[in-house]
Design a protein around this ligand. Sequence first.
Ligand SMILES: [Zn+2]
Length: 489
Amino acid sequence: MQSTPVPMLTFVGGAGTVTGSKTLVDTAAGRILVDCGLFQGRKKLRLQNWEPFPVPADSIDAVLLTHAHLDHCGYLPRLSVLGFKGPVYCTEGTRKLAGIVLPDSGHLQEEEAAFANRVGYSKHHPALPLYTREDAVAVLSQLHTVDFDAPLSVLPGLQATWRRAGHILGAASIGLHCDDSDTRAVFSGDLGRSTHPLLLPPETIGPADVVIAESTYGDEEHSATNPEEVMAEVISETARQGGVVIIPAFAVDRTEVVLWHLDRLVATGRVPNLPIFVDSPMASRALGVYRSEARAGSLEFRPEVRGSELFGSTQLTETRTTDESKALNSRRGPMIIVSASGMATGGRVIHHLAHRVGDSRNAVLLVGFQAPGTRGDALRHGARHIKMFGHHYPVRARVVSIELSAHADRSDLLHWLATASPPPDIVYVNHGEDEASSALVEAIEDRLGLDAVIARPGERVRFDRPVAADREGSAPSVRDSRWQASSGM
Ligand SMILES: [Zn+2]
């Protein structure tokens, strides 16, 4: 036993923040990485993408992905550039969506470096991209598809099982079973809401000794108001005035959810059947994946959606080229434009806002989380002007916010954790800002009676079976030593 290294987890990203999700798993047989996310958002965080990776990239035998959002897979091309040449295991949906978002991310990294070189703000000369589009395309050949609910041997003595997380297409929680210690660790990945209109809710956890749980909304409960009522009123009213409804939406999944609601509103006659334009190349490609998977009857979808043609009631047009997008400017309302990015930080939606936000007949419908400092957040808080392309534009359009989150809220997270059977010895809370993580830890302890701690960046913990300790007696507590954190890598 002494000669066998104990299985260890190391939280190298996504701890203390909602991006950069990465956890190393070391066993006697090798080393894997669960998720390989990009740090995003504030500059201080983004700079972490440039720091040396904590272990040699070529010491990692395999990467396991929970889903295709960049904060969970966007570092992969970089890891490959640094020398990781092993397999990347993920579900079919994740493979297809990663094939869209990773090359796009590489393209953006290149554009950012080119911009830095033009205006000379980089410390490095010349400024280099974190990775290129070509690097991102190259790493796609390392992706291997796994089936949901089918254990896969990822290392000798280490089985991984992907279970539906209901967050976006392909999203999974990952359970790891270590044969040597006969213990199971379950990574939540990002969990969806039980109310996702297209996807089935998250699967149960099943047996788990250790759970690593996300806490993006660990301190929030989503509003219970029906978003369709608000959408119906805004669209009908704007249509009466001959105006345009602009809906900034994240390209992957949120666009599909918005369209699903629009489809129902049209099908039931609650809004006029206006022309709808999806104006985002990435959203169009993701839409193609959702449509083909639904048509093929993917079991990730709700039964009523399987085998169907999505959004059949609407007059939907996808504008692919820049010229088609620009042509929308001269088109008169009423109509609906769904365009990325969801927080109006970039993408084609900025052009539409610049063109339409000054007209009181139009409306901007915000459908998701708006990070502080973004244009979406400014609009949500009633800004009188927003700045785009160096100009301040007056906001005269009506601005309305609804909640179509792809993320589980606190109740959803607790509900999912309660499905662990038998209950875990400990829950490590990660993937959240400090306040959200602390609130979730408290709720897990108070309401579920489980031990929970916040995963700290760089922290190492064991996931073998803890020695029996007498909780009532003098044995040390779970937190103090049974799941002992050790220092160093
Ligand atoms: Zn996600």
